[in-house]
Design a protein around this ligand. Structure first.
Ligand code: PEP
Ligand code: MG
Length: 328
């Protein structure tokens, strides 16, 4: 099977009737496999910047960060690379920046930390912008956004970083352009603020891991409640379907970069819902591509319609398995 799938990897990710579903990869550390991946993907849908921060002994400086980001941007150019600003807290701790809280997933996480430490965010933004000079493929993404004020505050810092860098650049140097900016849709509150967000941002990316955790009030890492954690819970699927519809209405390109996108059944549902791109860990690409290539868009839409009628996660899963077996 692996050989059969490998054989398809240079073929486009499209349904039987030619509907393209751009596949992107999630990255963290330096990607050695760029050469293999690049012709098969539409870009990097999520570069988790906290990953390189986890293996250093202190916050990497601006110079070091610029080098890291340049490597990603250059490696994948001209394909877009979505760089997420530091997403620590929750389950992701830096050894040199410990956070001790009773409820870390409801606490100081992601953008909440970096807006409280603008000096950390500014270094990161400056490094991203500097690394993007002359490449034009940087996109910046903000994690754990809960309200629009956080977006405005982050955008002010971005514009300040951009102005500072462009002031430094002398006449001959090419000015650095403002990249597209988007947010993670992972806190349920954002589902109800899409219009206000759309007025400020260029794209959305669904963090289905956290969105599931917060919609279901189930810790994504607690084995005691792992049986309750399910991205195919009818409430999660219904939220995703509405989100896709709403963001199309608002004209905001929306992708999914949580684990659901890397699950073949999940990917078919997200395709049927109309999401604009799916981003996943590289090992998931072959099976997702193969799954998409074996259905028509109308069948994927039908699958969504059928699935949304089930009222329990168990029934949803059973239905997905049955349909999937028929198609593959
Ligand atoms: C998510 O929450 O789905 C996501 C992609 O981000 P992370 O897993 O890094 O929290
Ligand atoms: Mg997340």
């Amino acid at each position: 099977l692996a050989e059969v799938l490998e054989h398809e990897q240079h073929l486009p990710s499209e349904t039987l009737d030619g509907h393209r579903v751009p596949l992107m990869v999630n990255t963290g550390l330096a990607v050695d496999a760029v050469a293999v991946l690049k012709p098969r993907i539409a870009g990097v849908g999520l570069y988790r910047t906290e990953v390189p921060f986890m293996i250093t002994e202190r916050f990497p400086g601006e110079h070091e960060q610029t080098r890291l980001y340049r490597e990603q941007l250059e490696g994948f150019a001209p394909l877009p690379v979505v760089m997420r600003t530091l997403d620590i807290g929750g389950d992701k701790d830096l050894p040199y920046f410990p956070i001790h809280e009773a409820n870390p997933f409801l606490g100081w996480r992601g953008i909440r930390v970096t807006l409280d430490h603008p000096e950390v965010l500014m270094v990161q933004l400056r490094a991203m912008l500097r690394a993007s000079a002359g490449l034009d493929n940087l996109r910046i993404m903000l994690p754990m956004i809960t309200n629009v004020d956080e977006v405005d505050a982050a955008l002010r810092l971005l514009d300040r970083a951009l102005a500072e860098l462009n002031d430094e650049i002398n006449e001959e140097g090419a000015r650095i352009k403002r990249p597209q900016v988007g947010v993670m849709i992972e806190v349920p509150a954002t589902l109800y603020q899409l219009e206000a967000l759309s007025q400020r941002l260029d794209f959305f990316s669904v963090g289905s891991n956290d969105l599931t955790q917060y919609l279901l009030a189930v810790d994504r890492n607690n084995p005691r409640v792992a049986g309750l954690y399910d991205a195919c819970h009818p409430a999660v699927l219904s939220a995703l379907a509405r989100l896709s519809e709403e963001s199309h209405r608002l004209g905001v390109p929306t992708s999914v970069c949580g684990e659901l996108a890397g699950d073949p059944c999940g990917a078919l549902l997200l395709t049927g819902m109309g999401f604009d791109a799916l981003s996943m860990n590289a090992p998931s690409l072959p099976r997702v591509r193969a799954a998409i290539r074996r259905v028509s868009m109308s069948a994927a839409r039908e699958l969504v319609e059928e699935t949304l009628r089930f009222t329990t996660p168990t029934a949803v899963r059973a239905h997905l398995r049955a349909r999937f077996a028929e198609w593959q």
